[in-house]
Design a protein around this ligand. Structure first.
Ligand code: GUN
Ligand code: FE
Length: 427
């Protein structure tokens, strides 16, 4: 067993509202698992070579709880519409291209390269309905060392002919064949991915729920993002009390295994209470919610109610892969919500935004998002010297500037579960 000791400035969440700020401390890890952070190196580790990172800041890897890999190819285009028109006009035509493996290889290659260069270590990612294209995406992520969940998307209704599975039966057979082919991956794991209620028949949803029951795999989808979408779901599922209840009645809302729902901008108290009860995670996607004019999710309410939550890029409702950017967007959006909509809901603090992008979302992947003993060693080493003014800043102030100002080039090294993803030459 090889023990690694790092010296540097460590920042990680204590809880949603508080940071651990450890100046010139020690991180000890073995076999990809943290043994903890120490201000003095314990006697048992004396004599081990110490890797000294000088004045760099080391934070846990960031977690993206919701992204669409195929949409990277259309990021920052088509931001002039709301969700349903945007899907039909821009998104579905682009996603249909991933039937072509040459295209998929080129486009997914660009996305995975961007993700690799970013501070993200874990992600929950949608592919498309195409089995082979999705497997290719998984191979690229696996090679890059990024960990997390990838889903072959299911859609068998209310979708254009060129991007619709022929029947629930065929969709389920194809999903099972995809799951069989996923055995070869060790870093990425499949996740069941009904696109959203409007694009999946009850038969398909029930079949996916059965697969979840058999396999214990998690589920990802979309929930209460946009008013038109919510009204449509109400029409499609008149017997359901709310959108979340529609998933729940079909067995896909945490009753059979883990579930993460993106957006949850307009969830009612009853829907939020069901999320809490079922342990459903919210993927808060502030940039996408602004771009598609969906609204601003009541993040403070979710925090107060104790609903599990992390941040999502929602590439390409969002145009940035950066979860640092998602943190600053979350803070900014919460300020507008507070000022314009509800002065009872205080804006997010830096501590809370950082928590959501690390430990909050990390919980969906296991013991991820912290340096506490027992957590997987996901770490990003940041040289923020480029961002420092002539006067001295506290570690908290430096973190805040990293969130708002840092770029990929400031990341010196990145580790996922103890594996080095890259090391950037200095200078
Ligand atoms: N709802 C269903 N599909 C999508 C998608 O691709 N992006 C977003 N933002 N919402 C969706
Ligand atoms: Fe999405």
């Amino acid at each position: 067993m090889s023990t690694v000791v790092w010296k540097g400035n460590f920042i990680y969440s204590k809880d949603a509202a508080h940071l651990n700020l450890v100046e010139q401390g020690y991180l000890v890890w073995e076999n990809g698992i943290s043994r903890g952070i120490f201000t003095e190196l314990p006697g048992e580790y004396q004599g081990i070579d110490v890797r000294d990172f000088g004045d760099c800041i080391i934070v846990p890897g960031l977690c993206d709880l919701h992204a669409h890999a195929p949409q990277y190819a259309m990021r920052a285009n088509g931001m002039d519409m709301e969700l349903l028109d945007w899907l039909n006009t821009y998104t579905f035509p682009v996603e249909s291209r991933y039937d072509d493996l040459e295209y998929a290889k080129a486009a997914y290659g660009q996305y995975v390269e961007a993700l690799k260069e970013s501070a993200t270590t874990r992600a929950c990612i949608f592919g498309t309905i195409h089995r082979e294209g999705t497997l290719l995406l998984m191979e690229l992520l696996e090679e890059a060392g990024i960990r997390g969940f990838v889903g072959k998307v299911n859609m068998d209704r209310n979708s254009p002919d060129y991007l619709r599975e022929k029947s629930a039966q065929e969709a389920l057979m194809d999903t099972r064949a995809w799951l069989d082919a996923c055995g070869r991956f060790s870093r990425v794991t499949p996740i069941l991915t009904p696109r959203f209620v409007p694009s999946c028949t009850d038969e398909l949803m029930r079949g996916l729920s059965k697969i979840q029951e058999e396999t214990g795999l998690p589920v990802q989808s979309h929930l209460s993002e946009n008013f038109g979408e919510i009204a449509w779901v109400k029409e499609l599922c008149p017997e359901s009390e709310n959108y979340g209840d529609a998933y729940d009645k079909l067995g896909l809302f945490g009753s059979k295994g883990k579930a993460v729902m993106a957006h949850c901008v307009h969830s009612s108290p009853a829907e939020r209470s069901l999320m809490k009860e079922r342990g459903v995670f919210v993927a808060h996607c502030p940039q996408s919610n602004m771009n598609l004019s969906s609204g601003v999710a009541p993040v403070r309410t979710y925090l107060e109610e104790g609903v599990s939550m992390g941040l999502g890029s929602d590439m390409a409702g969002g145009f940035s892969v950066s979860i640092f950017r998602a943190m600053s967007d979350a803070v900014q959006a919460s300020k507008l919500r507070w000022r314009l909509l509800d002065e009872g809901l205080k804006p997010l603090s830096v501590e809370e935004a950082f928590y959501l992008g690390t430990l909050g979302g990390g919980a969906f992947f296991g013991k991820v998002g912290s340096f506490e003993a027992g957590f997987e060693l996901d770490a990003v080493v940041i040289d923020d010297s480029r961002l420092l003014p002539p006067h001295t800043l506290s570690l908290r102030e430096r973190l805040e500037r990293i969130i708002y100002l840092s770029e990929d080039r400031d990341i010196l090294e990145k580790y996922v579960a103890g594996e080095k993803i890259f090391e950037r030459a200095v200078g």
